[in-house]
Design a protein around this ligand. Structure first.
Ligand SMILES: Nc1ncnc2c1ncn2[C@@H]1O[C@H](COP(=O)(O)OP(=O)(O)OP(=O)(O)O)[C@@H](O)[C@H]1O
Ligand SMILES: [Mg+2]
Length: 252
């Protein structure tokens, strides 16, 4: 079982959207998925209910909601022991509670969705630094997961300013690294998410691939496979495969 925790201390950066996108890609590629909604707002769990009511959910997916980090640990432990789940997603709240330590250590990969602005870059850096400092608090720092920033809501045509900002992500040093030590910078995931109407549709209705299938079932031949949904499904699958690629080997 691979576990991905969505984490960013800032609200609205796209944690739940990334979780929905990964669940959509998992569904489309036949992965057995589960999620734990660890955010008090219950956004992801509500979405799963909405999707199930609309018939646009994967009935085999397992959904959990808890605000108790210890309970999340137990759920993840049981799922791993049962061996019936390929991908577990943990969606966290946009804050910096102590529980984040537990959600981080449960993960093989931490994804930090980030909007393309200087302020959002600073917050993503704050989140990365929090995990960076966690290494000094933990007994087995080598067991801590990989951390990647995933750019979200990218415009279809990024401006020169956007491109400059993306370059500064790569060169953003993390605190705690002096110049005499090897530098560590923020790391970007190779895949990103564009601003897409299809992600809003996913939020309203359910899993992307199922939205597409239903649309095709109800449409005339010329209106099947609308490009805006196909592109989102392809992007979702790219996001998932970039994550799976990172989690292929043993933990660092
Ligand atoms: N790539 C995108 N394209 C279109 N809409 C998006 C995209 N990413 C996020 N949104 C929209 O922005 C809003 C905030 O996103 P989301 O709920 O994923 O953020 P979050 O990090 O989970 O926030 P919170 O910390 O409050 O849980 C949602 O309404 C979502 O549908
Ligand atoms: Mg959320």
């Amino acid at each position: 079982m691979h576990t991905i925790t969505l984490m960013n201390q800032k609200g609205g950066a796209g944690k739940s959207t990334a979780a929905r996108t990964l669940l959509s890609a998992g569904d489309a590629t036949g992965l057995r998925c589960a999620f734990i909604d660890a955010d008090q707002t219950g956004n992801l769990a509500d979405w799963a209910m909405r999707s199930a009511e609309a018939g646009l959910w994967a009935p085999a997916f397992e959904a959990y909601q808890t605000h108790d980090a210890q309970e999340a640990e137990e759920i993840a432990g049981e799922l791993a022991a049962e061996g019936a789940i390929d991908l577990l997603l943990i969606d966290t709240a946009g804050d910096a509670s102590r529980d984040h330590d537990a959600y981080a250590t449960l993960a093989d990969l931490i994804l930090c969705p980030m909007l393309l602005s200087q302020s959002d870059l600073e917050t993503a850096r704050g989140t990365a630094n929090y995990l960076f400092r966690m290494r000094s608090r933990t007994v087995s720092p080598h067991l801590l997961p990989e951390f990647r920033v995933v750019l979200n809501r990218l415009p279809s045509r990024p401006s020169a300013g956007d491109a400059r900002l993306v370059r500064t992500v790569h060169s953003s040093p993390l605190v705690g690294v002096s110049h005499s030590e090897p530098e560590e910078h923020l790391k970007l995931l190779s895949a990103s998410l564009q601003e897409r109407e299809a992600y809003k549709m996913m939020d309203r209705e359910g899993l992307l691939g199922r939205i597409l299938t239903r649309h095709n079932d109800q449409s005339e031949a010329f209106a099947k496979n609308p490009k805006h949904i196909l592109n989102a499904v392809a992007e979702a699958e790219e996001l998932l495969s970039a994550c799976l690629e990172l989690m292929k080997g043993p933990r660092p």
